[in-house]
Design a protein around this ligand. Structure first.
Ligand SMILES: Cc1cc2nc3c(=O)[nH]c(=O)nc-3n(C[C@H](O)[C@H](O)[C@H](O)COP(=O)(O)O)c2cc1C
Length: 296
């Protein structure tokens, strides 16, 4: 049962009702294009998805202790929520940022080993607030092959400079120097969660060549890859004492313009933000999964 505060019940008892509520539509709005895409991308069972030997991902030399999580996984998973707003203040350390980038990099085993194909998704990252890391536009290539394609396809005046103290094996590059909060916010449908956190990013997928080679049924699988990166980011954010939010509302054309993509070689599919959350005090917050017993 909802635990409604007594003061709120008192206020409601004496409040005047104002306005007139809308009726919810009884009509069904058809979106035929969704059925068309579902049909066109149907997986033909005679094709084996795991058709490729993937290159061994490079090992990434992270500094510091391998035990970096004082919190148990169960707690991190249960406490994960989306930030509804970012505080515009909280930063992450450079080491934390590099560690999160390493965790979303491909590697054998769990979790990215569950996808039986080489990486097709790279991250274009707007860093806003990271200690000892300037607020620039960065790129995590997530593999040598995608990096070669990105170096060909993205703007020719990008810097491709290694950030300071970047761990060996982490294909992270500074592309453009300078504060990029305004661009991040505009691209994410003007949502301030994309500019007021520590960093936000667009997940761009190697698109046309992948679909030509593997055919349309591979299209949803590109979203599987972005979704897995998002899940890892959600949990890594909680483990680092900050919070994440998936961003499905973004202007892909504006993102492509910023990167210099003018064809279908790369396509932005999902965005994400990480930072210090602010609570909306008008909403009641219950402990996560409070109706379930916690297994010891
Ligand atoms: C694919 C995806 C896209 C999302 N897009 C947005 C978005 O554009 N803006 C936003 O504020 N939240 C966005 N969210 C966050 C959802 O609003 C949030 O996940 C949902 O309310 C459930 O809350 P929870 O993540 O705390 O369980 C998105 C989440 C996902 C998974």
């Amino acid at each position: 049962m909802l635990d409604v505060p007594a003061s709120l019940l008192e206020r409601l008892a004496t409040s005047e009702f104002a306005g007139s509520p809308n009726h919810l539509s009884e009509d069904h709005h058809r979106w035929p294009v969704i059925d068309e895409v579902a049909h066109a991308t149907h997986y033909p069972a005679d094709v084996f998805a795991a058709d490729e030997e993937t290159d061994e991902p490079p090992s990434i030399a992270l500094p510091g202790s391998p035990v970096d999580r004082p919190l148990p996984a169960q707690q991190i998973i249960r406490q994960r929520r989306s930030a509804m707003d970012m505080d515009g203040r909280t930063s992450v350390s450079r080491e934390t940022f590099y560690r999160m980038m390493a965790r979303v990099s491909p590697r054998r085993g769990f979790p990215f080993g569950v996808l039986p194909w080489p990486p097709f998704v790279a991250l274009a990252i707007f860093v806003h607030r990271a200690d000892d890391l300037p607020p620039d536009l960065y790129l995590l290539a997530r593999g040598a092959r995608p990096e070669r394609s990105l170096r060909d396809e993205l703007k020719s005046d990008f810097l491709w400079r290694r950030p300071a103290e970047c761990p060996d094996g982490l294909p992270l590059w500074c592309l453009v120097e300078g504060e990029c909060g305004r661009a991040a916010r505009t691209i994410s449908c003007h949502q301030s969660i994309a500019s007021e956190g520590a960093f936000s990013l667009g997940m761009i997928a190697e698109f046309e060549s992948t679909l030509r080679h593997r055919h349309a049924w591979f299209y949803p699988r590109l979203f599987w890859e972005t979704g897995l990166i998002g899940q890892v980011l959600y949990l890594e954010a909680e483990a680092a004492g900050v919070r994440g939010t998936g961003i499905g509302c973004f202007f892909d054309d504006a993102m492509h313009d910023l990167l210099g993509i003018h064809d279908r070689s790369w396509q932005s599919l999902y965005h994400f933000t990480v930072g210090g959350p602010t609570d909306d005090l008008r909403l009641q917050t219950l402990p996560p999964y409070e109706h379930l017993p916690l297994d010891e």
